[in-house]
Design a protein around this ligand. Sequence first.
Ligand code: FEO
Ligand code: CA
Ligand code: CA
Length: 657
Amino acid sequence: MPANVSRIRSMLPIAGAGGGRASMTCRHRCSNQCDQAPPNTSNNPYFGDIVAAGASRRTVLLGGGAAFAVAGSSVAAAEPAAAGGGRPSKRSKYVYDFSSIPARSADCDQVDVPRGFRWEPLLRWGDPILPGAPRFDFEHQTARAQERQFGYNCDYVGLVRTGRRTGLLSVNHEYTNEDLMFGVTDYAKLSDEQLRIAMAAHGLSVVEVRKDGKRWRARLGSRHNRRYTASTPFRLDGPAAGDPLVRTSADPKGRTALGTFNNCSGGTTPWGTTLHGEENIHGYFNVTSVPEDQQQAYERYGFSGTGRGWERVDPRFDTGQEPNEPNRHGWIVEIDPTDPRSTPRKHTAMGRFKHEGANVIIDEGGHAVAYMGDDEKFEYMYKFVSRDKYRKRDRQHNLTLLSEGDLYVAKFTGDGFEDGVSDGTGQWLALVKDGASMVADMTVAEVLVNVRTAADRLGATKMDRPEDVDINPVNGRVYGALTNNDERSPSQIDEANPRALNKHGQIIEITPHKGDHTSTRCTWKLVLIAGDPDDPATYFNGYDKSEVTSISCPDNVAFDGRGDLWISTDGNKLGHNDGFFLMPLKGRDKGKLQRFLNVPTGAEACGPLIVDDATVFCAVQHPGEIDGATPENPASQFPYERNRQPRPSVIQVWKER
Ligand code: FEO
Ligand code: CA
Ligand code: CA
C-alpha cells in the first residue's frame, strides 16, 4: 500500500476547537471520567500549600511568560517540520535517522511517515487469527467469529522473540465503540449478540509474526495464536487472592476471575511474558447498589455508573448481584504467549488501580522491579519490588516473580523553581513491605485491593494522570508520561506538576539512588513540558525551542537501541492529529523533539514498539472516532479498504531506502 493512500478530510466537525478527544471517545473509553469530580479527595499537601508565592516562582522558571500559563492554543492546520529536521542520513538503515514531518490538522484522514519510510497494516480488527476463524464481515458480525478474530481498539503492542526473525506479538484491545461497530449509540439498545461481540472484541490477542525481507508478516491461523476476552478465566494470585474482598457467588474461593478488559498499555518481561494493565474498569459495571462497607472504596475508584449493558448477558456486571466483582478487575495481568494453553494470571501483589501498564527491569541484585502509573487526574506512580530473585535459565521460577513483593508509591519533592528546572528528590513510600501492611488499620489484602486509599494515607504526590512508565535500557533511568490535568488549580501546582490547567502534559525522568532500582530514594527531573514550543511554559530538556516540533498529551514511552525516547500521544490539544515523536536524551541533540508519525483523524497513536531499530509498530486506535460518525457516515476510512469502514489496526513502519 502506498504511504499516503488517502488524502480525504473528515466531513464531520472535529470535537473542540483546540482538538482533544471526541466526547464519543470519552463515553466509550472511560465512561466520561473527566466529567466527574476527580475521586482523589485526600488532603495530601500540594507544593502550593507549602510554598508561598508559587506563581512568581513559576514565572521565574518559565523565563517570564504567563504565570500558571495555560499553554498556547494554536489551532494552525499544520505546522512546519522542526527546523533542521532530525539527523537524516541517506545511508543509515535505522529508524531513528529521519527528517521530522509536519503536524497534520486533526480532520486529516491520513497516515504520515518520514521521507524514505513506508507503512502498511499488519493486523486489523476482525482479522481471523485463530485456526478456523472466519474472515471479517462488517455486515454480519457474530460473537463466535469475534472470539477468534483480532479484537477492537488495539493499544499496547509487545513482542516476545522466538527467533531472530520470528516472534509472538501481544496486543491489547482496550475498549469497543458500538456507534462505529454496530451503528448503535445507546448501550440499552444493543442486542444480546452485540453485547457478546463487544465482550469478545475486548481483551488481548497473541499472534505469531515472522519477518520477511524488511517487513513483518502475521501468521493468521497459527496454533500459537490466542485470544483472551472479557470472559477468559484468569487465576488471581498473590496476597489478596482468596480474600473475602474478591470472592463472588460463582467463585466462592476468590481464586478465578473471568475476563480482562480496558487493557491500555503493558510491558514485556525479561523472562518472555507480557504484562497488561486493566485501566478504566469502573465503566463496565451497572452500579445498582453499593455494599455499605465498600462505599468509600467504590467512590475512590469511580464506580457509580450504569455500565455498558453487559449485565444483561452476564449478571456479574450488576453490583447488586455481585458486589465484589469490581474488586477482581484493575490488576496487572501476565500472560505467557509462548504457551497458548497456560492460565493467565492477575497479580494482586502489584496493587489494584487504573493501571496504564507495567514495565519490569531486573535490578543488579536480581530483584524484578516494576514501575506503574494510575491513569486518572491527581493519582499516583507506583513501584513493585519482587520478593524473590531472577534466576537465569529458570523460567518456571521467574514466572512467579510478580506474585509476591513490596509495593511502593512515589512522593516527589521539588528543590525550588529558582534553578530554572523542574527537578528534585523523591521517595518511594512503602505500602506493603516484607509481606506486611505498612498502612495503619489496613490488612495487606485491603491495601492491595484499595491501594488508592492506602496511598492517600501515606501522603503520595498527586500527579497529572500518570500513564506509561518505562525503564531506559541504555541509561537505566525511568521515564513516566504524565498526560495532562486540566483540573489542577494554581494552588495545587508542585514542581513535578508545575502547570495549572495542564492541557498538554509532561514527562518525568527518575534516577534511582546509586542506580539501585530497589532503593527508596531517587532524584527526578522533567525532561519535557509539552505544548507549543512558542508557549513559554514548555520545556524540551534545554534544547533550542525554535528547532523542535510541538507535542501534546504524551501517553506511552519506549526506547530504541541508542536509548532515545520515543513518545506516543493521546488527545492532541493543539488541533493536530496524534502521533509518534522521538527525543534524544544525550549528546548535542538532547531534547530535540522530532515528529515521526501522524495517525488518521480521530485516532490515538499507541505503542510505540521499536524492533531492532529497523521497524516501528504503531497501534492505530479508534480511527474515525469523531462525534456524529456512523457506519453510514464514517469519519475515517483507515486502513483504506473496500468496505470504507475504519478498522483499528497495528501498522508497521520501515525504512524503504
Ligand atoms: Fe488508556 Fe491511560 O490511557
Ligand atoms: Ca528545580
Ligand atoms: Ca494510554
